[in-house]
Design a binder for this molecule. Structure first.
Ligand code: NAD
Length: 458
């Protein structure tokens, strides 16, 4: 039996219409409540996520989810007064004397659909922006993190009024009913395929969407860059959360004559990051058997095609899929056509930067791009030569951690961006106001227009 979500939604919508413009103090109080909810329950949150993953250490959850979430709340709370201020705009001579400004008003009720890979950050990160913008929020966490979803539901219920923020749990049927609600905005994070369905459902209500999707994010190492330094950054970006990160470097393009040296640098880095005594306990598990099978099938495909797979001793990682390097994967293999979303890194040789960029541009526009070079000219060639949602130069993942930057995709990796002021604006209505002053002659506008138009166009 599917639950009827409409009564809950209607109550929230009625509350948002009744209390349409919450002031700065109310918004800050809601952000404080969110912060205390997370800080006071850090341990329980990390334990639930560990259980859902079948193995993810608490420190990883603290570093990759709790810390960035708290940082976003602090940044937003600190800057909110300025973001909420009306913005004065220019008035053309024709409409002088007069004034024009933009009011950033709440949209109403925002729906948030979250994935499983960073269940806390990707459910509550958008909530920060939505509450800052003065909205009410309904959250639908992923069914693949049930322990966390239940915990989040009870924590939110204990911290917020039900018409302020609420959590709805359930599987795909519930998710479909959720996406069909007439939200004032729907922010979805997940796969490109499901994003398409969400947008279709939202279109029925003319609900605007922000879609935070996936894709194949490349890393390009230029000739001048230290392979050891690149290996350190790429291993961090790729093997954190066992590669189950939307902006993980999906594959790496390396100058042909440096492929072997880079592979050795990666192996050394992996050995250093995951020593035998702690690899099995420290490395994150792949979330379900279905995801595991998809990865194993992709590896089997390239193995049969003659590619070389390099793994640390399997025993060290127990039943988990260990960090795996792949050399010589065919261009049309799953590993080089589908988003990998696991601890597997194909290393792809290139001869010139133009060749590397052509390889990237044959695929759809990625969520992130990583370029490794100290040469400004090479950096420029890469930035100009391929489009992506965001970029970190000489590192991985770190652009997402900048509260001052918008985070989002482009093309099939997403529509719209959030975080910080960009998220506040995304989830606000920019309401245009024009006021003619007393001496303004536009009051006298009216037919016949002939001579007036002639005067204006002159
Ligand atoms: P998914 O698309 O399978 O599921 C995401 C959410 O959508 C879940 O809550 C699920 O219940 C819900 N859902 C499923 N079917 C639905 C439907 N028909 N209508 C409405 N909602 C529906 O994604 P996932 O497997 O949880 O996450 C992995 C994907 O998410 C990867 O592709 C990854 O790149 C992407 N991702 C993107 C970002 C980003 O910020 N751009 C962040 C994390 C993950």
């Amino acid at each position: 039996m599917t639950i009827d979500l409409r009564p809950m939604f209607s109550a929230m919508r009625a509350a948002s219409r009744h209390d349409r413009l919450p002031d700065l103090a109310i918004r800050r109080r809601r952000l404080d409540t969110l912060k205390s909810m997370v800080v006071d329950n850090r341990k329980e949150i990390a334990t639930a996520i560990d259980a859902d993953f079948g193995g993810r250490v608490h420190e990883e959850t603290e570093l990759t989810e709790i810390l960035p979430l708290l940082s976003a709340i602090n940044h937003t709370s600190r800057n909110l007064r300025g973001w909420m201020r009306d913005e004065r705009r220019h008035v053309a001579l024709t409409f002088q004397p007069g004034s024009a400004w933009v009011r950033h008003e709440p949209l109403g009720v925002v729906g948030i659909v979250a994935p499983w890979n960073y269940p806390l950050l990707l459910a509550l990160g958008p909530v920060v922006d939505a509450l800052a913008a003065g909205n009410r929020v309904l959250i639908k966490p992923s069914e693949l993190t049930p322990a966390f979803a239940d915990l989040l539901q009870s924590l939110v219920a204990a911290s917020f009024a039900t018409d302020e923020v609420s959590v709805i749990t359930g599987g795909v049927e519930v998710a479909q009913a959720f996406a069909a609600l007439p939200f004032d905005h729907l922010l979805f994070t997940g796969s490109t395929d499901v994003g398409r369905k969400v947008m279709r459902a939202a279109a029925e209500n003319l609900t605007p969407v922000t879609l935070e999707l996936g894709g194949k994010s490349p890393a390009i190492i230029a000739h001048d860059y230290s392979l050891e330094d690149a290996a350190r950054s790429i291993a961090l970006g790729k093997f954190t959360n066992a590669g189950q990160t939307c902006i993980a470097p999906d594959y790496v393009l390396v100058p042909t004559d440096k492929v072997d040296a880079f592979s050795r640098a990666m192996q050394a880095r992996i050995a250093q990051s995951y020593p035998p005594e702690s690899a099995a306990s420290q490395f994150t598990n792949v979330i379900t058997d279905r995801h595991r099978k998809r990865l194993m099938d992709a590896l089997e495909e390239v193995e049969q095609a003659g590619a070389t797979m390099i793994q640390p001793p399997k025993a060290d990682f127990g039943t988990k899929i260990p960090p795996t390097l792949v050399l010589g994967a065919p261009d049309d293999s799953l590993l080089l056509t589908e988003e990998i979303f696991g601890p597997i890194l194909p290393i792809v040789p290139y001869n010139t930067l133009d060749d590397a960029l052509a390889f990237v541009n044959r695929r759809s526009r990625p969520l992130a791009l990583y370029a490794f070079s100290h040469d400004r000219h090479a950096q420029r060639i890469i930035l100009d030569g391929a489009i992506s949602g965001g970029v970190t130069l000489n590192g991985t993942l770190l652009h997402i951690a900048q509260n001052s930057l918008p985070f989002g995709g482009v093309g099939k990796s997403g529509i719209g961006a959030y975080h910080g002021r960009d998220g506040f604006r995304r989830l606000s209505h920019a309401r245009a106001v024009y006021k003619p002053h007393l001496l303004n002659l536009s009051e006298h506008l009216g037919p016949p227009f002939g001579s007036l138009a002639h005067w204006i166009i002159r």
